[in-house]
Write a protein that binds this ligand. Structure first.
Ligand code: CMC
Length: 429
């Protein structure tokens, strides 16, 4: 027999179904509540609302657990690669060697931008932020491949394999082309012999196509960062992607919208904000203690700390903290802000303010330090988050396209003016 929860409103009782997930999480299903009672539920910020059933990612924020399709993030970080993890996230299973090879070839075939997309990107106003460039570039890709972006769900699903490979692959060229255009440099084509991250780094920073100067440790560090960002269930940008997809929009439109949602400093933009904060602390001569005090007084926020879901150490931050040491050693660079980050973490984790609120470092706390050491300009950090998150957004687009039945459309409690008569302009004073 299925479980129910009883809800009593005034004198009426309602038996609501209880949904149980495979990890024993439970939810009260209120989908018929308004029909039955005229009441809706209210949950500002959705902290207590399950918006869907999904089989992509499982998080237990209290225990610090993150799994893609049932695989623990630490095990994937140790043994998998970004492209292999892309297939896992997109389709639900680790690929065979043949499937992985086919995907790599598909990704390689879309590595260079169609001329018209390149022209569109290079024609954007010079102060356009790289996140806006990426979002525009992804929409332009849909324009260059209209057969993959029809807004006909059955057709878009049929061509999803190509759309996904195209977005995952060409996002690198969009980012690199813009970066080079800013410096007055020509774009560099992808080299079929190079791996996903090696190619990206080369397209960003090399002097020419044949430049072989990217050390393995560097491309491995970037691959790890991408893998750790591949999905994170119903966050702000993924929910945006699903919302857009629920209206029937194609993968390019949905991922471009998700990219915009990621931009803000409380979400993906935090990795840029962390570096700015660490630099400011460094320049002011503070060892971190003064900044922690100002965060406690609400005068500032300790960027890279806290998470809506994790009330324990973010497992991605744990992995990145040690990867940060390895990357700095491999690159032979010393980073004063890395020492400040560690001190800041030490001070915060001993402070009752942070302990009581269960605020721990999140994925953005150490990723920015590695990205800076790899040579990425600060304003591209959130773009790198987006590149890593693309498979997750696409997996959620696919889940909606396969299983979604309704357009997403929350309700509200209206708190504005009640009906009032129109006042002509001459009478308004
Ligand atoms: N520094 C200082 N105080 C904080 C911080 C912080 N980073 N984060 C939360 N708090 C305090 C907050 O002031 C509040 O205190 P009080 O109860 O006294 O009012 C309490 O902790 C709860 O905060 P909240 O804002 O209600 O928590 P939330 O779940 O709505 O916000 C968050 C989560 C990630 C937006 C927030 O922790 C934050 O702003 N962190 C800094 C930005 C950041 O690093 N974002 C990246 C998140 S991970 C990447 C991603 O997936 O997007």
């Amino acid at each position: 027999m299925s479980e129910t929860a009883d809800l009593r409103i005034n004198d009426e009782s309602y038996a609501l179904n209880v949904i149980t997930g495979t990890e024993k999480e439970q939810a009260i299903d209120i989908s018929l509540l308004r029909k039955q009672s005229k009441f809706i539920t209210f949950d500002d910020g959705y902290g207590n609302t399950g918006s869907c059933e999904s089989s992509v990612t499982f998080i237990d924020g209290d225990k610090g657990i993150l799994r893609y399709r049932g695989y623990d993030i630490a095990e994937l970080a140790e043994q998998s690669t970004f492209l292999e993890t892309c297939l896992l996230v997109l389709y639900g299973e680790l690929p065979t060697a043949i499937e992985l090879d086919a995907f790599k070839q598909r990704v390689a075939s879309y590595a260079n931008l169609p001329e018209e997309v390149m022209v569109a990107i290079r024609g954007l106003p010079k102060n356009t932020h790289p996140m806006a460039v990426l979002s525009c570039g992804i929409q332009a890709l849909g324009g260059a491949y209209p057969d993959l972006a029809t807004n006909d769900r059955a057709k878009d699903l049929e061509r999803f394999d190509d759309a996904a490979a195209l977005i995952i692959s060409a996002s690198r060229a969009i980012t690199a082309s813009w970066h080079r255009a800013q410096k007055g440099e020509d774009s560099i084509s992808a080299d079929a012999d190079k791996g996903y991250c090696e190619n990206f780094l080369s397209m960003m920073f090399s002097a020419n196509e044949k430049d072989a100067g990217i050390p393995k440790e560097v491309s491995n560090a970037l691959d790890l960062i991408f893998l750790l960002h591949a999905d994170h269930e119903q966050n702000c940008s993924t929910s945006t992607c699903r919302m857009i997809a629920s209206g029937g929009a194609n993968p390019f439109a949905s991922v471009a919208g998700a990219t915009s949602a990621l931009w803000g400093p409380l979400h993906g933009g935090a990795n840029m904000a962390v570096i700015r904060m660490l630099n400011e602390i460094h320049e002011s001569g503070d060892d971190g203690s003064r900044f922690v005090e100002s965060a406690k007084q609400g005068k500032s926020r300790l960027m890279g700390f806290g998470h809506r879901v994790y009330r324990n150490y973010d497992p991605r931050a744990k992995i990145l903290k040690s990867a940060c040491d390895d990357a700095l050693a491999a690159l032979g660079v010393s980073s004063p802000i890395s020492d400040i980050a560690r001190k800041l973490e030490e001070v915060a984790l001993q402070d009752p303010y942070f302990i009581e609120r269960k605020l721990y470092p999140n994925v953005d706390f150490y990723s920015g330090i590695i990205l800076q050491a790899l040579g990425f300009p600060t304003n591209t950090f959130t773009v790198l988050f987006a590149l890593g998150r693309a498979p997750g957004w696409l997996a959620h687009w696919r889940e909606i396209a396969l299983n979604g039945k309704k357009i997403h459309r929350p309700r509200q409690i209206y708190q504005g003016e009640t009906l009032r008569p129109y006042v002509g302009i001459s009478e308004r004073g």
